[in-house]
Structures are given as structure tokens and as C-alpha cells.
Ligand binder design. Structure first.
Ligand code: KIV
Length: 277
């Protein structure tokens, strides 16, 4: 899919799907399900790498995961999430990082969270033909600084500021906007006012599409569960059962059985035994 196809999808009223992936097998599953956009999110830091927040994730780590996703789904529309390290050290570092997502990791676009420098960075990226998705509302990279992880734009004033920022960002030429944790009516108005598709996460059903973290929807991340997450499977229970069965079979000598074993030709086995005596 090209970025212009997403804009056409909005015009046709087709709802868009987006999920995160950090590795090849997950990317393969998402691609086979026809998910429109795969996000290599900096959530990888908390979900897979055991960091306390997303801000510790390095650009090298993002590239490592984005490459794996691309190997698993080479035809997919993959978006590289610009980590904090890539956006807080000036425009030229941000541009180099975004270029790495495209040229080294095969991404089609990058996502940037709202910050003081995001518009300047966006201009530089677009000038270099790198498609950009903006991220407004709750922005985890700066959430601590801005009052913590809570629903954003709850006052008329804040909602209006959010809409103005969305419109300003759209006017620069971003191809899509992600809205995280904002009231339904605010997301609905922003979605109607923008021409580009608005992807929601905790932003209600009136957005042009939805995005969630893969590990949340399949029950593989259990440290906490935001209200906006819906769980479609409980994979960690399933996986735990499989590990328990494996351990129990190993302990009682039931695994491996003949089915998982290799055998020597009888003659060769006899010759081998003779040489041992
Ligand atoms: O990093 C991430 O997973 C995100 C979410 C909003 C999907 O940015």
C-alpha cells in the first residue's frame, strides 16, 4: 500500500487496521491477516526488552527489530517508530535515523510523537521524501513531563489545542495521524476535520482506523492493561501450559519419544558397539 492509498481508504470510508510487531513471525501473522499497517513501535522497550519506559530504547534496537519485521513481511506497509533518542538530539540526527528506517530496515514510513521539535523534524523528513505519521494525545515519550499517563484533551481548551496541532501537522503533509487516549468526541471531531486518516488507540470508534499493541491483544503482556485494550486471546496461559507439559515430560522421561529421535543403520550400530569393547 502507498501512503496515498490510505488517504483514499478514508475517502471511501474503509476502516483501517494497524498493529505492532517486533519480530518476523509476528509480522508474518499480521501480513497474512491483511493488517493494513505494521508499526514497529518503541513499545518494544517495555513489551520485549524489559525497560521501565519507552524512552530507553535506542535507534540501533529499533533498526534490529524493524529489519526482523521486514524479513517476516517484506510486502507489508511497515512504519518505524522514531524513538526518543532519535528525536531529542536535533533535526539532522532525526533525519539520519528516519533514513535508517527506510534504507536499512525497509520501512515505508516513520511515526513521530508530538514534541517541541516535531514540526521542524517533520519538515526535514518530508523534504527528503520520508512519509510521516504524527502521534498526538498521550505521547509516552514525554508523558512524565506532561503530567503522567492519563487521558488527554479533557478540557475544551486542551481539545482545541489538540485540534489546532493536528491541523498544523496535516498542513505540513503528514499522511496519517495517530491519536492516543483522548475523549471520543474530541477524536471524532479531529477525524472529521482532517483529510488524512486518523488512527485511534483509546480514542473511540469514530476514527478512520484502530491501532493496538499485538502483545496486548493476544495476552502476552501482563504487567498492566490499559482500559482501551481488548484481549482477543490469552496466549501467555496457553504458552505456560505448553512449557509445563514439556517440563513434566522431560522430568518423567516421556520426551523425546521415538518420533523425535534419530536412528543408526543396524549394521553401523553393531560395528560402532564392537569398536567400543
Ligand atoms: O509504540 C507503540 O506501540 C505505539 C502505540 C501507540 C501503538 O506508539
Amino acid at each position: 500500500m502507498k501512503t496515498s492509498d490510505f488517504i483514499k481508504a478514508k475517502k471511501k470510508g474503509r476502516l483501517l487496521t494497524m498493529l505492532t510487531a517486533y519480530d518476523a513471525p509476528t509480522a508474518e501473522i499480521l501480513a497474512s491477516a491483511g493488517i493494513d499497517m505494521i508499526l514497529v513501535g518503541d513499545s518494544v522497550g517495555m513489551v520485549l526488552l524489559g525497560y521501565p519506559s519507552t524512552t530507553q530504547v535506542t535507534m540501533d534496537e529499533m533498526i534490529h527489530h524493524a529489519k526482523a519485521v521486514h524479513r517476516g513481511a517484506p510486502e507489508a506497509f511497515i512504519i518505524g517508530d522514531m524513538p526518543y533518542e532519535a528525536v531529542n538530539q536535533g533535526v539532522s540526527k532525526a533525519l539520519k535515523s528516519a533514513q535508517r528506517f527506510i534504507s536499512e530496515a525497509g520501512c515505508a514510513a516513520v511515526k513521530i510523537e508530538w514534541s517541541d521539535s516535531c514540526l521542524e523534524i517533520t519538515r526535514a523528513l518530508l523534504k527528503n521524501k520520508i512519509p510521516v505519521m504524527g502521534h498526538l494525545g498521550l505521547t509516552p515519550q514525554t508523558a512524565q513531563k506532561n503530567g503522567g499517563f492519563r487521558v488527554q484533551a479533557k478540557s475544551a481548551e486542551d481539545a482545541f489545542t489538540l485540534l489546532k496541532r493536528a491541523q498544523e501537522w496535516e498542513s505540513l503533509g503528514i499522511f496519517s495521524l495517530l491519536l492516543e487516549c483522548v475523549p471520543v468526541n474530541v477524536a471524532s471531531k479531529v477525524t472529521k476535520k482532517l483529510k488524512i486518516p486518523v488512527m485511534g488507540i483509546g480514542a473511540g470508534a469514530d476514527c478512520d482506523g484502530q491501532v493496538l499493541v499485538f502483545h496486548d491483544i493476544v495476552g502476552l503482556f501482563n504487567k498492566f492493561q490499559p482500559k482501551f485494550v481488548k484481549r482477543y486471546a490469552n496466549a501467555s496461559v496457553l504458552l505456560r501450559k505448553a512449557v509445563d507439559r514439556y517440563a513434566s515430560e522431560v522430568r518423567r522421561g516421556a520426551f523425546p519419544s521415538n518420533a523425535q529421535s534419530f536412528h543408526m543403520d543396524k549394521e553401523e550400530a553393531r560395528a560402532f558397539n564392537r569398536r567400543l569393547v
